[in-house]
Write a protein that binds this ligand. Structure first.
Ligand SMILES: *[C@@H]1O[C@H](CO)[C@@H](O)[C@H](O)[C@H]1NC(C)=O
Ligand SMILES: *[C@@H]1O[C@H](CO)[C@@H](O)[C@H](O)[C@H]1NC(C)=O
Ligand SMILES: *[C@@H]1O[C@H](CO)[C@@H](O)[C@H](O)[C@H]1NC(C)=O
Ligand SMILES: *[C@@H]1O[C@H](CO)[C@@H](O)[C@H](O)[C@H]1NC(C)=O
Ligand SMILES: *[C@@H]1O[C@H](CO)[C@@H](O)[C@H](O)[C@H]1NC(C)=O
Length: 377
C-alpha cells in the first residue's frame, strides 16, 4: 500500500515537472529553452564555447563572404607556394542571395580587397589548380552586373580559383547578340591569359551554392540547371542556357558559338546542338548545387525575340562549320581594366556585316529590328 502511494507521488511529481517545462517552452520560445535545459546537464566551459560557435555559424550561414575574412590578412604570394587542396576548405554550400537596394560597386570593391585591376584574383596562400575566365555579355545591365559581382567574386574565391571577369559590352543600339559577344569574349580572354576554363555567364543569374564548381569537366558543362524561374528544374533536356562552361579545346572543337543569332532566343539551343555535332556530351552539376536565382527585370530594349530562330536551329547541322570562331569579325572600341572587371567594349556590327554599306531607305526599313516585342532575357 505504501509502495503504491509513493509510486503515485513520483508520477505526480514527474507530471508536474513536465507541465512546468511545457509552460516554459511555450512562453519563452522553444529554441532558447531547449538550449537552456541541455546546458544544465553539460559541463559549463564546454557548453559556453560551443554555444558561442553555434551562434557564429548561424549568423554566417549562407553569407557568401563568411569564409573569406582570414584571407586578406595572410597575403603572401611566393614562388614556391603549395598547390591548393583538391577540395577547397572555404566552400560552404548554400548561399543566401538577396538584392539590397543600396549596394554600390565601391562596397563590392571594399569587400574584395584581394581582387586586382581587371577583376583578377589568385588565392593568396596557395597555387590555384584551375584558371577560369568568366565571360559576361552585356548591355544596359549595370544594375544586375553590380549584384552579380557582389556574389561572384567571393563565390570564386571560396573555390580557390585563379580567375578573371570579362564583361563584353556591345557598343551601339543594334539588336543584342549574346552568342557573338561570347565568341568575342573567348578570343579576348585567351589573348590575355592561358585560361583552362571559360564560363559563359548571363548577367542576371546568381549562383546559390558554391559546391557548383566553376571549373571545366571532360565535356562541356551546363551549370545553370536549376533556376528559380523554372522552379529549380531543368526546363527541357537539351537546355544549355544561362551559364555554361567549356575548355578552350571544347570551344574550338565546336567552332565556338553561332554569330548570327540577333535578338532573344535560339542561340543557346544552337550551342547545345553544336556540342553533340562536335561529338561531345553535356555534363551537369546536381540539381542541388546547380541552383541559380534570376534577377527580375523588365523588358529589354534592343533584345527582341528573334523570329528566325526556329528556321536557323533546323539548319545548325549544315551551318556550324561555316559560322563561328572561324568567321568571327568585330572591332574593339575600348578595353577598360576596372577594379572589379575588365570592360571590353566591341562593335559587332549588324546582320549585314561589320560595316554595312549605306542602304536605300527601303532596305533600311527591312533591316530595322522590331522595337517592340515581348521578349525578355
Ligand atoms: C569556436 O570554438 C573554438 C574552440 O572549439 C574556439 O577556439 C573559437 O574561438 C570559437 N569561435 C568563436 C567564434 O567563438
Ligand atoms: C583565422 O585567423 C585566426 C588568427 O588570425 C586563426 O586562429 C584561425 O585559425 C583562422 N581561421 C581559418 C579558418 O583559417
Ligand atoms: C542609342 O540610343 C540612344 C537613345 O535611344 C541615343 O542617344 C544614342 O545616340 C544611340 N547610339 C547610337 C550609337 O546610335
Ligand atoms: C564599358 O565601356 C563602355 C565604353 O566606355 C561604356 O559605355 C559602358 O558603359 C561600360 N560598361 C560597363 C558595364 O562598365
Ligand atoms: C509599340 O507598341 C505599342 C503598343 O503595342 C505602340 O503603341 C507603339 O507605337 C509601338 N512602338 C513601336 C516603335 O512600334
Amino acid at each position: 500500500m505504501v509502495g503504491l502511494q509513493s509510486r503515485w507521488r513520483y508520477l505526480l511529481m514527474f507530471l508536474g515537472i513536465q507541465l512546468v517545462v511545457m509552460a516554459l517552452l511555450s512562453r519563452e520560445g522553444y529554441h532558447k529553452r531547449v538550449t537552456y535545459f541541455i546546458r544544465i546537464f553539460r559541463k559549463p566551459d564546454l557548453t559556453s564555447s560551443e554555444h558561442h560557435n553555434r551562434t557564429a555559424v548561424t549568423v554566417a550561414a549562407g553569407d557568401v563572404y563568411a569564409n573569406l575574412f582570414n584571407l586578406s590578412k595572410s597575403h603572401s604570394h611566393g614562388d614556391n607556394m603549395p598547390y591548393c587542396p583538391e577540395t577547397s576548405p572555404l566552400i560552404g554550400g548554400p548561399i543566401h542571395v538577396s538584392f539590397p537596394s543600396g549596394l554600390t560597386l565601391a562596397e563590392v570593391q571594399r569587400k574584395n580587397p584581394l581582387v586586382i585591376r581587371g577583376g583578377r584574383y589568385r588565392p593568396p596562400n596557395c597555387e590555384a589548380r584551375h584558371k577560369t575566365a568568366i565571360i559576361i555579355p552585356h548591355r544596359n545591365r549595370e544594375h544586375h552586373l553590380k549584384f552579380l559581382l557582389y556574389y561572384l567574386h567571393p563565390f570564386l574565391q571560396r573555390q580557390q580559383l585563379s580567375y578573371g571577369i570579362y564583361v563584353i559590352h556591345q557598343a551601339g543600339n543594334y539588336t543584342f547578340n549574346r552568342a557573338k559577344l561570347m565568341n568575342v569574349g573567348f578570343r579576348e580572354a585567351m589573348r590575355e591569359e592561358d585560361w583552362d576554363c571559360l564560363f559563359f555567364h548571363d548577367v542576371d543569374l546568381i549562383p546559390e551554392d558554391d559546391r557548383n564548381l566553376y571549373t571545366c569537366d571532360a565535356n562541356p558543362k551546363h551549370a545553370a540547371i536549376a533556376m528559380d524561374k523554372f522552379g529549380y528544374k531543368l526546363p527541357y533536356k537539351m537546355y544549355f542556357g544561362g551559364v555554361s562552361a567549356l575548355s578552350p579545346l571544347h570551344y574550338l572543337k565546336m567552332n565556338g558559338f553561332p554569330n548570327n543569332y540577333w535578338g532573344w532566343g535560339g542561340e543557346d539551343d544552337d550551342i547545345g546542338i553544336r556540342v553533340s555535332l562536335a561529338g561531345m556530351y553535356i555534363t551537369r552539376p546536381s540539381l542541388k548545387t546547380g541552383r541559380y536565382k534570376m534577377i527580375k527585370h523588365k523588358l529589354d530594349k534592343g533584345n527582341d525575340e528573334n523570329p528566325k530562330r526556329f528556321n536557323m536551329l533546323a539548319k545548325t547541322r549544315q551551318t556550324w562549320k561555316q559560322d563561328g570562331m572561324n568567321t568571327l569579325e568585330y572591332e574593339v572600341v575600348s578595353r577598360d581594366y576596372l577594379p572589379l572587371y575588365a570592360n571590353i567594349t566591341v562593335n559587332i556590327g549588324t546582320e549585314t556585316g561589320l560595316h554595312p554599306l549605306p542602304q536605300s531607305p527601303h532596305a533600311k526599313d527591312e533591316q530595322k529590328p522590331a522595337a517592340n516585342a515581348s521578349a525578355r532575357r
